[in-house]
Write a protein that binds this ligand. Structure first.
Ligand code: MN
Ligand code: MN
Length: 312
């Protein structure tokens, strides 16, 4: 056991996110972190059910101070780890219902919610919970894929390839402020991208990002979302599989780790109300590099919220 004389070592103890207290009641916390270990709707290789645990493990090496954003988020914010939301592996509808219920309870308490996936289908119930509180949300969606298919499997409306079409149909997203960033890779045909644009998404392909540069993209995003309540959803496959191999549907030619960090940092000053980080699949990871990146991306998001709290 730890003696009060010695500081805990990064490799000792129980792995809550960033060593935050593990609690069941979000009341009084600025931020609640939950895991959503559901991977029942993936279209290729599975394993994201192990994502939350791997991200928590790798979060133990986060030291407290963010030198890029000049803030110590765990000092400026009260952050709690609320453990994992219950999932029902063979029943996506029941799982989504439980995610929405648990998320609504946390958001209703006044805490902001950070969710660790899990596959990208979980963003739909998370958006439902947030939209109940804030109305239709500005959304910044980092991904290699638009995830706006109508149906990935015959007769099935819910999967990790459809959440943003469903969210638009349910008016959870303010489509005048919906960005998809990092889109690339082969598709079934040109209609996959045309569909997303027709639904209202401002699609920033990886090619465009490289052509116009990060400054131009961030200017457009931040001036468009302004102070609207904004939800950020980050599919780790937005990052190049050379930097983030631990994911289920990898697409070559994406962001470097550094570019992904800079894109999140670039949302500084906006009105961020929620965040999910999905599709980390530890069985396909190598030396934990994907989970390490994921933990650091959560740290960057926490830093943004901390900055907003200390200098609104
Ligand atoms: Mn994806
Ligand atoms: Mn996705």
């Amino acid at each position: 056991m730890n003696s009060p004389v010695f500081a805990a070592q990064p490799y000792s103890g129980i792995a809550s996110f960033g060593r935050c207290p593990i609690v069941s009641d979000p009341q009084g916390y600025d931020i609640s972190i939950v895991g959503v270990p559901y991977d029942g709707s993936v279209s290729y290789r599975s394993g994201t059910r192990f994502g939350p645990r791997a991200i928590r493990e790798q979060s133990l090496l986060l030291w407290g101070y963010n030198n890029a954003q000049h803030i110590a988020p765990f000092k400026s914010l009260n952050v709690a780890d609320l453990g994992d939301i219950d999932v029902v592996p063979p029943d996506i509808v029941a799982t989504h219902h439980e995610i929405e219920r648990a998320a609504s309870r946390i958001i209703g308490s006044g805490s902001k919610l950070i969710s660790l996936g899990g596959d990208h289908s979980i963003s739909l119930p998370l958006l439902r919970a947030h939209a109940k509180k804030y109305g239709p949300l500005a959304v910044v969606h980092f991904d290699a894929h638009p995830d706006t298919w109508d149906s990935e499997y015959p007769g099935q409306r819910f999967s990790h390839g459809t959440p943003f079409r469903r969210a638009i149909e349910e008016s959870l997203i303010d489509t005048s402020a919906y960005f998809q960033i990092g889109i690339r890779g082969p598709t079934n045909g040109p209609e996959d991208y045309l569909d997303a644009k027709r639904l209202g998404a401002r699609m920033v392909t990886f090619d465009e990002f490289r052509r116009v540069g990060i400054g131009a993209i961030l200017n457009e995003v931040t001036s468009c979302i302004g102070h609207k309540p904004t939800y950020v959803t980050l599919d780790i496959d937005a990052v190049d599989p050379a930097f983030a191999p631990g994911t289920g549907t990898p697409e070559v030619g994406g962001f470097s780790s550094y570019e992904m960090l800079q894109l999140v940092r670039g949302l500084r000053g906006t009105n961020l109300v929620g965040f999910d980080l999905v599709e980390v699949s530890p069985p396909f990871d190598s030396a934990n590099i994907t989970a390490i990146l994921a933990a650091n991306l959560v740290f960057e998001f926490l830093s943004l919220v901390a900055l907003r709290k200390t200098s609104p």
